[in-house]
Structures are given as structure tokens and as C-alpha cells.
Design a protein around this ligand. Structure first.
Ligand code: FMN
Length: 331
């Protein structure tokens, strides 16, 4: 009997649970077609950044020119966004054109951390034809006067502001650093999130000790990183009736399987596609199907969440007990 690979994400029925995570691969028309051909069920656009929307392109260019004379290092702090994407107008045009070229759902992505005027452009991503919107809240708190409660309020207000201007489903991509991730997840759902994308990989900067510069670093992920979303998805699944997407460290079909068992509705991947090429998507989908078949599951839905914290034979394994057991057993 063939396995039913379908899954639902943000209310959208998808052919299978493998989705391409927000990254520039999705923003090239030919690559997007290959992504579809290789069997991805959906793809997330690379982000449009709050900073990009807030200053129009020429203002940004002026800023480079006026500040770099006086502060050459300013270039490092105002990276040339045009190398990443061409700004709002071409972003919207790309979504519109892609809608005619591929049939998989295309999810727009906004990236920011302050509620403000830029948020109203979420509506334009919807009008361009995106099936859903992913809001990546990438915030690094540095002000000791800003309390944890205020930081959480910032997230909630931003989600509510975006929810207010769009009618397509909204997923919120967050990092793992909250005092109570389950409570935060519930607040985000209360503010209007239809799904959570777990987790943002914070890209820690490095220091160059010769030039004394702070250097941005994007190292591709490794499979070990998968354990962070794995644990939290297993813990959160029983408490959330919205969609959950897993991202970080998904490189092989076994990784997809683990995250589905923990309770993910979809599993996203980016680094692995840079490493192996986008045809690797086929291996992820077919490997997942093969595992489900071999173990006697008839559908993704049947496997989903069967190892979440409430269904796992040893729920404490996701909690403090795992830590104690791991250090005791280490040799
Ligand atoms: C080259 C590259 C660019 C990325 N750009 C974005 C982005 O624009 N917005 C975003 O939310 N995530 C972005 N990400 C993060 C990915 O969507 C993903 O969450 C992260 O890489 C973890 O998944 P992985 O382990 O499969 O790479 C990017 C990742 C890579 C490798």
C-alpha cells in the first residue's frame, strides 16, 4: 500500500512535508522550477528586511556614501542589501511572475523586529500572490533596561500588526531564547500566528583579531543542530493546534522523519541544498516515504507527533532527565 505523504501547513494542503526554507535559492526563477521538479511541496522566499523597506534604495545608497567617508567601517554595519535582493518592487514582481511559472505554494518572508510603517507592506506580498507570509522576528536584545516582558510584548505587537494587514495565513519564525518557549508560543498564537517556524539560527558574529573587525559569519548548519527544534517541537506539539515547521539542521531523510515523529507539520531545509544541490530534495522526500513504508505507516499524518512529549514512551527524555542521563552515560 502506498504511503499518503500529504500534510497540511497553515491550512494549505501540501503534497509532502518537505519545504525549502527561506533562502536566495528560491529567488532564482530557474532554481525555483528545479525545486518544484525535485518534489518540494512549497518554498519560502528569502526575506525582505525591515531596514530595506524603511529606507528606500537611494536613501540607503546616500547613507553609504555620506557615512563611509567619515566612518569607513560603516559599510560593515549597513551591508549592501541589493546583493541579497533587489528591494520591494522586484520582490513583488518576482512573486507575481513565479505564480504563473510554478504551482507549488510560495511563501513570502518579512524580517524585522519593530512594529512600524514597514509592516503595511505585508499586504503587498499577499496581493502579489504569496500563499502565506512568514514573519521572521530576528531580535538581539542589548538594552539592560528592556525587560524580558517588554521583549515579548515587542514580538506580540509585531505579530498583531502584521496579522491586521493581511488575510493570508501567517507563520512566525522565532529563535529558541525565551524564558518559557511554550508560554511565548501561546502568546504568538493569541496575537494571530497560524503557525510557528522553529527555530531561527542566530548567526553569531566572529572577531578578526588582525583587523579588529567584527565579521558576520554564515556557516552552513550541521545535523546536530536539528536536536534543538526536535526537542521543542516534541514539547510544544501537544499544546499547540496551529502549524509547526521545523528548520535548522535538516540534511537527510532521517532528519525529516524525526521531526515529523516529534510533531512537525512540515520540515524545512536550506544548508543541505547549498551543499548537495536542489535535487537533494528528491532524496529527502523519497527517503521519508521509504522509511514510513518500511515501518508500516500508511500516512505522514499517522506518524506525525507519535513521538511528541505526550506520546513518547519516556517523556522525561525531552526534559531535565535527559541532561542528567546524558552526562551520567558519557564516557
Ligand atoms: C544562504 C542563506 C540565506 C538565508 N536567508 C534567510 C532569509 O532571508 N530569511 C530567513 O528567515 N532565513 C534565512 N535563512 C535561514 C534559513 O531559512 C534556515 O532557517 C536556516 O538556514 C536553518 O536551516 P538549515 O539548517 O536547513 O540551513 C538563510 C539561510 C541560508 C543558508
Amino acid at each position: 500500500m502506498s504511503v499518503n505523504m500529504k500534510t497540511k501547513y497553515l491550512g494549505i494542503e501540501l503534497e509532502n512535508p518537505v519545504v525549502v526554507s527561506a533562502c536566495p535559492l528560491v529567488a532564482h526563477a530557474d532554481t525555483l522550477r528545479r525545486i518544484e521538479q525535485a518534489g518540494a511541496a512549497a518554498a519560502v522566499m528569502p526575506s525582505l528586511f525591515e531596514e530595506q523597506i524603511d529606507r528606500d534604495e537611494s536613501a540607503l545608497a546616500d547613507l553609504f556614501e555620506s557615512t563611509t567617508d567619515r566612518f569607513p567601517e560603516a559599510n560593515d554595519f549597513f551591508p549592501e542589501m541589493r546583493r541579497y535582493n533587489d528591494g520591494l518592487a522586484s520582490y513583488l514582481k518576482y512573486i507575481e511572475e513565479s505564480r504563473r511559472k510554478v504551482s507549488i505554494p510560495l511563501i513570502g518572508s518579512l524580517n524585522g523586529c519593530t512594529p512600524g510603517g514597514w509592516v503595511r507592506h505585508a499586504r503587498r506580498i499577499e496581493e502579489a500572490g504569496a500563499s502565506a507570509l512568514e514573519l521572521n522576528i530576528y531580535f538581539v536584545p542589548t538594552d539592560p533596561d528592556e525587560t524580558g516582558e517588554e521583549v515579548e510584548r515587542r514580538y506580540v505587537d509585531l505579530v498583531a500588526a502584521v496579522r491586521d494587514v493581511i488575510s493570508i495565513p501567517l507563520a512566525v519564525k522565532i529563535g529558541p531564547y525565551f524564558s518559557s518557549t511554550p508560554n511565548m508560543a501561546r502568546k504568538l498564537v493569541g496575537a494571530g500566528a497560524n503557525g510557528l517556524v522553529l527555530f531561527n539560527r542566530y548567526l553569531e558574529p566572529d572577531l578578526d583579531i588582525e583587523t579588529l573587525a567584527i565579521t558576520p559569519k554564515l556557516n552552513p548548519s550541521t545535523r546536530v543542530e536539528l536536536r534543538l527544534p526536535l526537542r521543542w517541537i516534541a514539547i510544544l506539539r501537544p499544546h499547540l493546534d496551529v502549524s509547526i515547521a521545523a528548520t535548522s539542521g535538516v540534511h537527510a531523510a532521517e532528519d525529516v522523519v524525526k521531526l515529523i515523529l516529534a510533531g512537525a507539520d512540515v520540515v524545512m531545509t536550506a544548508s543541505a541544498l547549498y551543499h548537495h544541490g536542489v535535487d537533494h530534495i528528491r532524496k529527502l522526500v523519497e527517503g521519508t516515504r521509504g522509511w514510513l513504508e518500511e515501518k508500516g505507516y500508511c500516512s505522514v499524518a499517522q506518524a506525525k507527533g507519535s513521538m511528541s512529549r505526550v506520546h513518547a514512551p519516556d517523556p522525561a527524555g525531552f526534559e531535565r532527565a535527559n541532561y542528567i542521563k546524558a552526562i551520567v552515560e558519557f564516557t
